[in-house]
Ligand binder design. Structure first.
Ligand code: IVH
Length: 676
């Protein structure tokens, strides 16, 4: 321990003063983009502060600007729950869809008035949440699955455009402020970073977004600090001690606090200027230093946002209006067919690698037999490929002028390329399938789906490993995963003691997944993440779901006949029953969904019939579900309330017959107010 002197009062004051100056100049530089001192002067201030803190280490505080870097590397990231889920956005690709969005909101709120919209560039980076308690940055996390993310506080602290302490010269800091934003890397910096990596023999990042994500997920914050990351913040999560009326006001206040907001954000009345903004930005976007993939259109009023509420995965009040896909031309080397987890056989074009919108692409989906025929894609053809957002690249069209004379039309194989079973294509369907339930191709896909994100999320269980496990005969079905031991894995290529232990641990850890993820993992046809969520909420356990009859399934809001049939078929199949039994015996125990807070309406079922005057049907439903109730489309003995509007249908009669409580619109409204 070095000898430390007790700090004289003027040193304490100078340190304080330097920190304030540095924070302020950071704000001028990053938030306002209007520095008032030179970089050299800034460095001098920083250097003086560093020297003083070295001399008086007892005066170092965690939110000193010198403390951005310096935390010790972590073993792993902890998870942190988001107080308010971080949702995704619904996408639109055309003006028509955007106008339809605006119309839908007007219908939902039963209004003809134009909305104020805030329009923002949609940054293509990594979503994060920053938590400020009494003005001090305490936790920063990634979006994760929307409900919980990884605690990457030490890494976020290294980003200079993230204030460690909010500025309070214009407005006091609130008690709690959750800021959401996008961390990104500029395109030029991304290219530089990749050059450096390649010269060191390290793999290049596929695109700026991956580079930002990879940089943020470093266990050693010094690595993150060496990457030129920035942030733009675009919204608030939970806020205590300050009430915002609008998105616009939120963002303006962010700026006062020193939080960086994209200067291209605008506010307009009505949807047409929002569409015009999209077109303007689409022209401008290639001259921006960062990647954007569209614009986000948000209803400005937070009161209306609240009334509009959210769907399963995205808010009703916002829309991502994407830019047209990026396209490129390349040559088709081969057309192969892939066997999906439901046995669907999909033709894919294997192409000369080409860069499309910053990503190197060498495969594109051709969807199905008819599509290949319609586009007449042949081996040897030069094709136009496109990628829209996260979507799998696809072949748009063939440049027929460049077709080599020997190119022959594609013929769909008659037999499964994996197991050799004759393929079937039911009349009237576009999809060709391998009917063999034991087909290894489908099995491989279904295991991959089972282990994937949004499902059991088993870290390290990717395509290659699954293939290897199947080939070695170590697994035949997903339940076998839970029987694997380190001893099984160590002898295999690709495995050492540590990686074997890690995989076994990851598999074991997946035994306790949220029910919705487990339902999704099963790979029931037509049941994806969103539907799995609905089913988990409605039934609460796998047992209840597996016993549900078609009628009961149809009562779940959002489930139609095709999905209901598919779910029934899945649970009636003896092979699936056996699989579920095995999983249970092996200790796979999905966690029941968190109970919505107990309200008088929790679990109560409502049925609507006839037109309501002051609510759209959608808003009425949303009011019920927000209070923990359920909305069903048919009246049965299990219905608790029937809400009757003008010209009610047969449901009204049935409700009377069954003696169910009947509410008119005014009574419904009162009930909603009482139980809010
Ligand atoms: S608002 C509930 N605004 O897009 C509203 N998101 O697809 C959710 N993103 O995870 C986000 N720029 O990472 C919003 N100006 C912006 C955005 C933006 C980029 C990302 C964000 C989110 C994803 C949603």
């Amino acid at each position: 321990m070095g000898k430390t002197e007790t700090a004289p009062e003027q040193v304490v004051k100078r340190i304080q003063d330097l920190r304030e100056q540095i924070t302020y100049h950071n704000y001028r530089y990053y938030v306002l983009d209007e520095p008032v001192i030179s970089d050299a002067e800034f460095d001098r201030l920083m250097q003086e502060l560093i020297s003083l803190e070295e001399k008086y280490p007892e005066l170092v505080t965690p939110d000193s600007p010198t403390q951005r870097i310096g935390a010790a590397p972590l073993e792993k990231f902890e998870t942190v729950p988001h107080r308010i889920p971080m949702l995704s956005l619904e996408n639109a690709f055309s003006e028509g869809e955007v106008r339809e969005f605006d119309e839908r909101l007007k219908r939902f709120l039963r209004t003809n008035e134009e909305f104020d919209y805030v329009v923002e560039p949609k940054m293509d980076g990594v979503a994060v949440e920053l938590v400020y308690e009494n003005g001090r940055l305490t936790v920063g996390s990634t979006r994760g699955d929307g409900y919980r993310g990884e605690n990457v506080t030490q890494n976020l602290r290294t980003i200079n455009s993230i204030p460690l302490q909010l500025l309070t010269h214009e407005e006091a800091a609130p008690e709690l402020l959750e800021v959401r934003g996008e961390v990104y890397i500029e395109i030029e910096e991304f290219k530089k970073l990749n050059e450096e990596r390649l010269s060191r023999g390290e793999p290049a990042f596929a695109n700026p977004r991956n580079a930002a994500a990879g940089s943020l997920r470093q266990l050693d914050p010094r690595v993150t600090a060496s990457r030129p990351l920035y942030i733009y913040c675009y919204g608030a999560g939970e806020v205590r001690g300050r009430k915002f009326e609008s998105q616009w006001e939120t963002l303006q206040t962010f700026k006062k606090w020193g939080i960086r907001v994209n200067p291209l954000i605008e506010r307009h009345r009505g949807i047409e200027p929002a569409i015009a903004y999209h077109h303007r930005l689409e022209h401008q976007r290639h001259s921006l230093p960062y990647e954007t993939d569209g614009v986000v259109i948000k209803v400005d009023s937070l009161y209306l946002q609240e009334r509009l509420g959210t769907k399963t995965r995205s808010p009703r009040w916002a829309l991502a209006y994407k830019f047209a896909a990026t396209q490129a031309t390349t040559r088709v080397r081969a057309i192969v067919v892939n066997v999906g987890r439901t046995g669907a056989v999909t033709p894919m074009a294997v192409m000369d690698p080409v860069e499309v919108g910053g990503v190197t692409v060498s495969r594109a989906t051709l969807h199905n037999e008819d599509e290949v025929a319609r586009k007449d894609v042949r081996v040897g053809d030069t094709v136009l490929v496109q990628r829209a957002g996260d979507v799998i690249p696809e072949v748009v069209k063939v440049i027929t002028e460049k077709r080599p004379p020997e190119a022959k039309p594609f013929v769909m194989p008659t037999h499964c390329p994996v197991c050799g079973t004759p393929l079937v294509r039911p009349k009237g369907e576009a999809i060709t399938r391998c009917p063999n339930p034991d087909c290894q191709g489908a099995l491989r896909r279904s295991i991959l789906h089972f282990a994937g994100k949004g499902a059991m999320d088993i870290d390290g269980l990717g395509e290659k490993i699954i293939e290897q496990l199947l080939e070695e005969g170590l697994i035949e079905k997903v339940s076998d995963l839970y029987r694997l031991t380190e001893g099984d894995l160590i002898p295999l290529e690709r495995f050492a003691q540590k990686s074997a232990a890690n995989l076994v641990a990851a598999i074991q850890a997946s035994k306790e997944v949220p029910l919705a993820r487990f339902i999704n993992a099963l790979g029931i046809r037509y049941v994806g993440e969103a539907t799995a969520q609905l089913l988990a909420q409605h039934f609460g356990s796998l047992e209840e779901l597996s016993k549900a009859g078609t009628e009961e399934l149809l009562r779940v809001e959002g489930i139609g006949p095709q999905v209901a049939r598919s779910i029934r078929e899945y649970f009636q199949d003896p092979k699936n029953q056996e699989l579920l039994r095995e999983l249970r015996e092996l200790g796979v125990k999905p966690l029941p969904p968190e109970k919505p807070p107990e309200t008088p309406l929790a679990g109560k079922t409502f049925v609507f019939t006839g037109g309501l005057e002051h609510f759209s049907r959608e808003e009425a439903k949303a009011l019920v579900t927000a209070r923990g109730g359920r909305v069903s489309s048919s009246v049965s003995a299990k219905t608790d309330y029937v809400v009757v509007g003008a010209d009610p249908g047969s449901k009204f009669a049935k409700a009377k017959e069954l003696g169910i409580t009947i509410l008119d619109e005014a009574e419904f409204r009162k009930l909603m107010q009482r139980s809010a």
